[in-house]
Design a protein around this ligand. Structure first.
Ligand SMILES: Nc1ncnc2c1ncn2[C@@H]1O[C@H](COP(=O)(O)OP(=O)(O)OP(=O)(O)O)[C@@H](O)[C@H]1O
Length: 859
């Protein structure tokens, strides 16, 4: 147990004697015992005891002390004004943070200021925009036994639910959503969570079926969820999200009223890209190779102008479709936008002015938005009519675009409300006035008039008093401590009238007030204070009215997101000359295919074809190191992913099947943390593929059996190839350095050999990167070693050894055999006999007997 969490024992043992403030702290620590409690004291959030020591260390802040009658306690505090960055560091260090704010103003109470936890910040429930990545979701997942899975982005309201029957599938889904946190019930398994997912055990009662059902119903009415496991996951997740919102003091519930859409899905509706494939195809994260970082697919195809569009595109990448009609509908939209260059460019320009509507509206609904947020909402909505106009031009022929145009609602009533109430550039603070337009509210206007008139009266005062007193140097001024004053320099003090009261003495002057000035001043202060309060009142009222339009704004946000994602796909297709794929074909048939990421960095990228018809779905790819095998195989997988998410693809022509799942076994990645060797990882991945691939899957194997002896490696590679060929029939690309495997491919009727060529040149070896039929002839491993900087003497020695293997100088014994063989013709006989042996049908004992017989015949 982390000592920084829970009630500090040194306070707990003196609980009855603590000062009221510290006993309030103790109580909150008891209630929020899985979080670090940040406790507001004036302008700071303080922590005490072990929590103070921990925060001081993590945040590199000073550890001080607080004394009270019961003792001295370590204390560390952070300024409230920039608390968010400190909170982020605490989250990164693996903590949840409960923020306890003063919920009543100190001047309104004679005793202890009341404090309450107003939010619990956890990695999965962040809503603070400064802590969130713009173009990406931040998900919290919830898992029950029987594998009900719910996934929610609290900052946007995106909410999904599904049920899975295998724990592996749970891990795949969690990886798909890249959940930052997983809330688990008492019986849920704990193994599927990756290392960057915080696991949060949560109250058993929230997972009880009836409680959960009630909670789900309170948000979504009679929604049909396929299983009790899902109901429990959704209900518990909603309860947890409410808990993270903290307590409310205004009597409202902690409901997240902007959550009004739950998407129930079946993972089988989408192409499955498991964790291994997502990583090895570098869909979202580039891999670091020798410290060099390339680009990920997501970045390469992202030309979205708004955060909404960025998230939508990533979501599509996460879940490529399986339904050819839906894929085609998206492709129609991309095609329509591609054809309408002017409208598309105009739309992208407009989209660049769009704020993050989803997060804005979620903030408004949670009561956390300020006046600037409302203005941002208004300005975003004001773009919508122009966007719709662009679409009206471009939408012809695309149902998807027509639907988007229909969903784009600029909510004129909401815009009017905001525009009428809020000034154009309001301040960030909502309690200090200056937000509300003149003419919006009579009470406010009259308070402002009083304030203005009072100030005008004071402005005139200086001239009036100079005239009345005859003191030309008399000044009227204001300071924050003493308020308004009349200042008279020492030489003129004789001329000061009797109604002047001394306020302050300076070095060479005295400051005075008059009863009238005091009265005016009080009036101004009263009017100012009441005006600020009135503004706050008007603002929160307006915010609640805007919140009533949440669903309409969310629909518009979703339409904008879809439009932005489609515009991005069209722009990339135009810029990089992608073609529209035909999806739903019987086999993979690509002409001039390219790797979408590598082609951007490789100026002379060589396009290559793919020909894997349904009845010959296997290709064994050989070729020297560095010739382009891995790039080629990944490019095939990426083209399939792109096509199924509804994107054009980097090729001259592409006919593609609907691939249900992409499997990869690529490269050697150690899993030292997981305690598995390179070979073990490799074999686990191979086992998954062989167990789960079907004939509609695409399997990319980049060398199998590399992590063990050549003999074992080859045996495994051959057996796997045969199994994939005979039993599974998946679209398979198998790159290998085991040249013997090309013989196997030759023998298998539904497989074909391909190779990448290279040419020896004076400087070493030149890779041509073009794919040809048939097996490769040479490896050029030694040349590549030389290019990589292996020392010359090692390269030379390797060259000699290679030459010896290629044209062996016979040893004495071999020379004798070969002589005998050539004289008596026995060599041919032995070779003929060897050729006739079917190794697959030969037991080790038979092989040994054969060898012994042949040997004795030679002697
Ligand atoms: N079609 C292509 N056109 C131009 N350059 C390419 C092409 N394919 C690959 N390359 C370049 O060649 C380099 C090597 O490619 P890749 O890693 O695919 O080779 P490989 O055959 O898989 O090598 P190894 O067997 O050593 O794993 C890449 O870094 C890439 O920049």
């Amino acid at each position: 147990m982390d000592e920084a969490l829970g009630p500090p024992p040194e306070m707990a043992e003196k609980a009855d004697d603590l000062t009221p403030m510290l006993s309030q702290y103790l109580e909150l620590c008891e209630r929020y015992d899985d979080a670090l409690v940040l406790f507001q004291v004036g302008d700071f959030y303080e922590t005490f005891c072990a929590a103070a020591e921990t925060t001081a260390r993590i945040l590199e802040i000073t550890l001080t002390q607080r004394e009270d009658s019961t003792g001295t306690y370590p204390m560390a505090g952070i300024p409230i004004d920039n608390a968010e960055s400190y909170i982020e560091t605490l989250l990164d260090a693996g903590y949840r943070v409960a923020v306890a704010d003063q919920v009543e103003a100190p001047e309104e109470t004679s005793g202890l200021v009341d404090r309450a936890v107003t939010r619990v910040v956890t990695p999965g429930t962040l809503t603070e925009t400064e802590l969130l990545a713009d173009g990406d979701n931040n998900f919290v997942a919830c898992l029950t036994d029987g594998y009900g899975l719910a996934v929610l982005d609290v900052s946007t309201g995106d909410f999904y639910a599904t049920r899975l029957d295998r724990i592996d599938a749970v891990a795949d889904e969690l990886e798909r959503f890249d959940a930052a946190e997983a809330v688990v019930g008492p019986d849920a398994p704990t193994e599927p969570f990756g290392s960057n997912c915080m696991v949060t055990p949560y109250e058993r009662s929230a997972f009880e079926l009836e409680t959960a059902r009630k909670k789900v119903r309170s948000y979504f009415g009679e929604i049909s969820l396929a299983s009790d496991a899902e109901v429990r996951a959704c209900g518990a997740l909603l309860a947890y999200a409410e808990y993270a919102r903290g307590a409310r003091t205004d009597g409202e519930t902690t409901r997240l009223s902007y959550l009004n859409h739950l998407t129930r899905y079946d993972p089988r509706e989408y192409m499955l890209l498991d964790a291994v494939a997502t990583r090895s195809l570098e869909i979202f994260e580039p891999r670091h190779v020798h410290g060099l970082e390339g680009a990920a697919l997501s970045e390469t195809i992202d030309r979205t102008a708004s955060a909404l569009g960025g998230r939508e595109l990533r979501d599509r990448l996460r879940r490529p479709l399986l339904d050819p009609d839906r894929i085609d509908a998206r492709l129609d939209a991309v095609e329509a936008l591609l054809a309408r260059v002017g409208e598309r460019e105009r739309a992208s320009e407009l989209l660049a002015d769009v704020y993050d509507l989803e997060r804005l509206v979620a903030g408004i609904s949670r009561g956390r938005a300020d006046a600037r947020d409302l203005r941002a909402l208004e300005s975003t909505l004001s773009v919508v009519p122009d966007l719709r106009a662009c679409l009206d031009e471009a939408a012809t022929g695309s149902d998807v675009l027509t639907e988007i145009a229909d969903d784009l609602d600029d909510c004129p009533d909401v815009r009017e409300l905001i525009d009428a109430a809020i000034v154009e550039s309001p301040p960030a603070e909502i309690t200090e006035g200056g937000l509300v337009r003149e003419g919006y509210d009579e009470t406010l206007d009259s308070l402002r008039t009083t304030e203005r008139e009072g100030k005008a009266w004071i402005e005139d005062l200086e001239a009036e008093e100079r005239e009345r007193t005859g003191i030309d140097s008399l000044k009227v001024g204001h300071n924050s401590v003493h308020g308004y004053y009349i200042e008279v320099t020492d030489p003129n003090l004789d001329a000061v009238p009797g109604d002047y009261h001394r306020r302050q003495t300076l070095k060479n002057a005295e400051r005075f007030y008059t009863p009238e000035l005091k009265e005016r001043e009080d009036e101004i202060i009263r009017a100012e204070g009441r005006a600020d309060e009135r503004e706050y009142e008007l603002f929160t009222e307006l915010r609640s009215r805007v919140a009533e339009a949440t669903e309409r704004i969310q629909r518009t946000a979703s339409a904008i997101a879809r439009l932005d994602a489609l515009c991005s796909l069209a722009s990339v297709a135009a810029e990089y000359d992608y073609c529209r794929p035909a999806v739903g074909a019987d086999g993979i048939d690509i002409e001039g295919g390219r790797h979408p990421v590598v082609e951007r960095t490789e100026s002379a990228f060589v396009p290559n074809p793919v020909d894997l018809p349904r009845d010959r779905p296997m290709a064994v790819v050989t070729g020297p190191n560095m010739s382009g095998k891995s790039t080629y195989m990944r490019q095939v997988a990426l083209i399939c992913v792109l096509a199924q998410l509804g994107s054009f693809v980097p090729a001259e022509r592409a006919e593609l099947p609907v691939v249900d799942r992409v499997f990869t076994r690529v490269g050697a990645s150690d899993d030292i943390a997981g305690g598995r060797s390179t070979f073990m990882v490799e074999m686990t991945e191979l086992a998954d593929i062989l167990a789960e691939a079907g004939e509609d899957s695409l399997v990319v194997l980049d060398e199998v059996g590399r992590g063990t002896s050549t003999r074992d490696g080859y045996a495994i590679a051959q057996a796997a190839t045969e199994h994939l060929h005979d039993e599974i029939g998946a679209y398979t690309l198998f790159a290998t350095h085991h040249h013997e495997l090309t013989d196997v491919a030759e023998r298998l009727p539904r497989a074909r050999n391909y190779h990448f060529s290279a040419a020896r040149t004076a400087d070493g070896v030149e890779f041509e990167h073009d794919l040809r039929e048939g097996p490769a002839e040479a490896s050029y491993g030694v040349e590549v070693a030389e290019m990589a900087g292996v020392p010359a003497e090692v390269v030379d020695r390797a060259g000699q050894l290679l030459a010896a293997v290629d044209s062996p100088t016979p040893t004495d014994a071999e020379a004798t055999i070969s002589e005998t063989a050539s004289t008596d013709g026995g060599r041919e006989a032995i070779l003929a006999e060897l050729d006739s042996v079917d190794l697959a049908e030969t037991t080790p004992l038979e092989a040994l007997n054969l060898l012994s017989r042949l040997k004795s015949e030679r002697e």
